[in-house]
Design a protein around this ligand. Structure first.
Ligand code: GRF
Length: 214
């Protein structure tokens, strides 16, 4: 745990993002919008999807962003698929990888290729409700608040130092779907903000805590 000591002291020089998606890409859109509106000083170098039919690919193309579709089923192993993705990201000199609804576990070698430089967004207040369908898990459990989390990716699922969280109250009238819709609004707000915090530097990892300099 305490072995994660990497501590970028200065702003990251490389503001080139690689965004990994599997589906609709609304978080990708939020990042694209934040860049266009100059709330985020970054550039999306490439959007990679493991599904050719991911609607998010079309959003990226409309925004003039390069896209790559790599079908994981075309590769013999997770390691081989991940190595291909690392190759695509390196080829475009990506400095920060952003998972935005990417529905594949990453291998240890992918994570090691981008130390403390992979972010994920998860629709719950981690460490509660890891894995799939987190909004429904929270609703079924009967929690009174849930939310969203942006964290640095480690080889463990939905683990890793927490960069930003947003709290969303669960209303008595909520369904799992209405809760998910309100959580999504918060996801779109905190993901670009977390990316900015990472790129601006002035933070360190202490054990499993993400610590910003005052
Ligand atoms: C989001 O709820 C995100 O938190 C989760 O997957 C969903 C992706 O949605 N990891 P979108 O593709 O960004 O619209």
């Amino acid at each position: 745990m305490s072995s994660r000591k990497a501590a970028p002291a200065k702003a990251a020089a490389n503001r080139r993002l690689g965004v990994l998606i599997s589906g609709r890409g609304s978080n990708l859109q939020a990042i694209t919008d934040a860049i266009a509106e100059q709330r985020l000083d970054a550039e999306i170098a490439v959007v990679i999807s493991n599904r050719r039919d991911a609607p998010g690919l079309e959003r990226a193309r409309r925004a003039g962003i390069e896209t790559v579709a790599l079908r994981h089923t075309d590769y013999g192993s997770r390691e081989a698929f991940d190595a291909a993705m690392v190759g695509e990201l390196r080829q475009r000199d990506v400095g920060l990888v952003c998972l935005a609804g990417f529905m594949r576990l990453l291998s240890g070698s992918f994570v090691a290729a981008f130390p403390n430089a992979i972010l994920n967004i998860h629709p719950s207040l981690l460490p509660a409700f890891v894995g799939l369908d987190a909004q429904r898990q929270a609703w079924e459990h009967g929690v009174k608040v849930s939310g969203a989390t942006v964290h640095i990716v480690t080889p463990e699922l939905d683990d890793g130092p927490i960069v930003r969280q947003a709290v969303v109250p669960v209303l008595p009238t909520d369904s799992a779907d209405s809760l998910a819709a309100r959580i999504l609004v918060e996801e779109h707000r905190i993901y670009p903000e977390a990316i900015r915090v990472i790129l601006d530097g002035g933070w360190r990892i202490d054990g499993r805590r993400f610590v910003e300099q005052p």
